[in-house]
Design a protein around this ligand. Structure first.
Ligand code: HAM
Length: 420
């Protein structure tokens, strides 16, 4: 877990601001859930990888709890309980810290931050397309370039495995192996389960289908699985989502990969991740999970969502040298020329604070030259020097530290002069 020093904290909050702007733009309402929840809830369908990396402990009440490794389970819990009578679609947004005992390396931390968007209540491809477009809009708002999507559909492979009557956990294992391109072990496991030669052949051809001519590949996937009705349904659903994207007017670079799977086990439909060329780890990922809410005792509720790794967006912005457009930040230091004028300095500062001008007061008792040197070093924009002579005239010295000019200004005009 890391410390965020001022520059990093600023960039992090800058991105967080963008995630809120995008949430507002698309009608997602922010919620907050606890960092600690029941282990049982957080681990259900989290997938072996995430489950094995959770911070789990017993609380003083003897309950088995964990630090949240993601938000989706907590949101599904809310949808199954508090929000059960809420009209749908529900659009929920969340930003906050998460905890996974991952091996620390660039872009992989034990405490990290996500912005998370969930669209609950729609089975339509329009909802999947919305999550993809929203993600594209967040990347643009962060100023990132060359963002590419990797997309797939777990329904295509799972339907074939279902037809072979494979249990969910074996299916997940096979999908994980395929996702890691460990095809040899995946096919060995498939063979051990007694899967038919025909299904194995279909899967062998499926995993070769990938590329960025996504509409064409989607059509080829549908052809490839023509013997399995549910799998064709999944491929058709994916094709519909991709057609909506292609016709939306947005240019989204996308690679379709039929053998793509994600670590979390709750996905039932379209899945995706986003990348930029500079770093080879995903900046975000998501997908459709139509059965998680009912797992938590709610009604059967379709849902699709995405989480973006704020830490990784930050890394990508640093590596692409993205400029952050913040308002020209003015910072003023108020310096009393001697100790007797400290309260006068505070009175002038009060006026600046009331006017919303960021202001510090010299609290080290330094002489003016030292205090000004320090203000320069810290790139402050203005200094107000409170001296006896000027005070008699109801004035102070206002020094523009960027232009290196100073003038005597009536106290009543200081705010205005700084704003100029
Ligand atoms: P996830 O793929 O586990 O999905 O995480 C989403 C993003 O969080 C990743 O793409 C990555 O950017 C970031 N992330 C994950 N682990 C770390 C880490 N150790 N250090 C830094 N960043 C990390 C989910 O969490 C799902 N809940 C997404 C979702 C929402 N699916 C549907 N709705």
């Amino acid at each position: 877990m890391r410390d965020f020093l001022p520059e990093e904290a600023k960039l992090m909050r800058y991105i967080e601001d963008k995630t809120r702007v995008v949430a507002g733009l698309h009608g997602y309402r922010e919620i907050l859930t606890p960092i600690v929840e029941s282990y049982e809830l957080l681990s259900a369908k989290a997938g072996e990888e995430v489950k094995s990396r959770m911070f789990v402990f017993e609380d003083l009440g003897g309950r088995n709890v964990a630090l949240r490794p993601e938000f989706t389970a907590s949101i599904a819990r809310l949808v199954a309980t508090t929000f059960k009578n809420e009209p749908q679609p529900l659009r929920l947004f969340y930003v906050g810290s998460l905890y996974r005992y991952d091996e620390p390396q660039l872009g992989r931390y034990r405490e990290f931050w996500q912005s998370n968007y969930e669209l609950i209540g729609s089975r339509k491809p329009d909802a999947d397309a919305e999550i993809l477009i929203l993600t594209r809009n967040l990347m643009e708002a962060s100023g990132l370039k060359k963002v590419a999507f990797k997309i797939g559909h777990v329904g295509v492979l799972r339907s074939i495995l279902n037809q072979e009557k494979l249990k969910d956990d074996i299916q997940s294992k096979i999908l994980q192996l395929m996702d890691k391109k460990n095809y040899e072990d995946a096919f060995r496991l498939l063979k051990d389960t007694g899967a038919s030669e025909k299904s194995m052949t279909t899967i062998r051809s499926l995993i070769t289908l990938k590329g960025n001519n996504f509409l064409e590949i989607a059509a080829r996937i549908a052809d490839c699985v023509s013997d399995c009705e549910k799998s064709v349904e999944a491929a058709t659903n994916l094709k519909e989502i991709l057609e909506l994207i292609a016709e939306s007017g947005y240019e989204i670079e996308m690679t379709l990969d039929a053998g793509f799977a994600r670590g979390l086990e709750y996905y039932t439909g379209m899945i995706f991740e986003i990348y930029v060329p500079d770093i080879n780890i995903a900046l975000g990922g998501g997908g459709r999970y139509d059965r998680l809410v009912e797992l938590f005792g709610g009604e059967s509720t379709p849902a699709v969502g995405v989480a973006h790794g704020i830490d990784r967006i930050m890394l990508a912005m640093q590596s692409q040298k993205t400029t952050t457009k913040t308002r020209g930040e003015k910072m003023t230091i108020v310096i009393p020329v001697n100790e007797e004028l400290r309260s006068e300095a505070l009175r002038v500062s009060r006026m600046l604070w009331n006017a919303g001008i960021p202001t510090e007061v010299e609290v080290m008792g330094r002489k003016i030259t030292r205090a000004l040197e320090d203000a320069d070093r810290r790139k402050m924009t203005h200094a107000v020097i409170v001296g006896e002579r000027e005070l008699k005239e109801d004035s102070v010295v206002l020094r523009d530290l960027t232009k290196r000019k100073q003038s005597i200004v009536k106290i009543g005009r200081v705010v205005e002069s700084i704003r100029e």
